[in-house]
Design a protein around this ligand. Structure first.
Ligand code: VGL
Ligand code: ZN
Length: 198
């Protein structure tokens, strides 16, 4: 069985949000349409506490885009985004949630970021997504959402590592491109690990 995995289509990641991904909103009609082709749909939600270590505002003398060492891991510093319970963390209202079977939260621990929907960035804690998919008999996952060069990429890398046949649907994903070329580099890297880019 094949599942659709929808990554982080939340207000802060689309136009008007604090960490807006260019063209983020434009993928939503396609994501809604695609859902009809899957018997299992799951979504992830970036879900940070206000004191999260990935927020530049929580570090003295640091700015957005700086890279720091956060408890032993390299961490890009972001604007405050997707704070638990806020509008910015909510799914974009035009995203159809009626077919979503389960939502997995990530980035809930203030000490460590989590780009992947499966594990935190240090692979220390598991969100339960991998086991959930395996229990449902899923062998293949198609991934869509935001952002291609962060959460889509790391979710796809973990999916393939867990043994799922993994595809990223390009037209239904958009990236941050903090540096020009990041999205293209992400696709090349994913492909080199056996992920299909469709
Ligand atoms: C994301 C940066 C920080 C993402 C989440 O969803 O791609 N990017 N937190
Ligand atoms: Zn985040």
């Amino acid at each position: 069985m094949k599942a659709l995995l929808i990554i982080d289509i939340q207000n802060d990641f689309v136009e008007g949000g604090s960490l807006a991904v260019p063209g983020g909103k434009a993928i939503i009609p396609l994501v809604n349409e695609l859902q009809k082709d899957y018997s299992l749909v799951v979504a992830t939600q970036d879900w940070h506490p206000l004191d999260h270590g990935s927020f530049a505002a929580n570090h003295e003398n640091q700015s957005q885009g700086d890279i720091i060492d956060l408890h032993g891991l390299q961490q890009v510093l972001w604007p405050i985004h997707c704070v638990q319970g806020t509008f910015g963390a909510q799914f974009v209202s035009s995203l159809d949630l009626t077919k979503v079977d389960k939502v997995f939260h990530k980035g809930t621990d203030y000490q460590i970021d989590s780009y992947s929907g499966f594990f935190d960035n240090g692979h220390r804690k598991d969100t339960g997504l991998g086991q959930y998919l395996k229990e449902k008999g899923v062998r293949a996952v198609d991934i869509v959402g935001l952002a291609t060069d962060y959460c889509v990429k790391f979710s796809a890398l973990d999916a393939v590592k867990l043994g799922f046949e993994t595809t990223v649907i390009r037209d239904a994903s958009r990236g941050v491109n903090l540096r020009a070329g990041d999205v293209e580099a992400a696709y090349e890297m994913m492909q080199s690990k056996g992920i299909i880019i469709m």
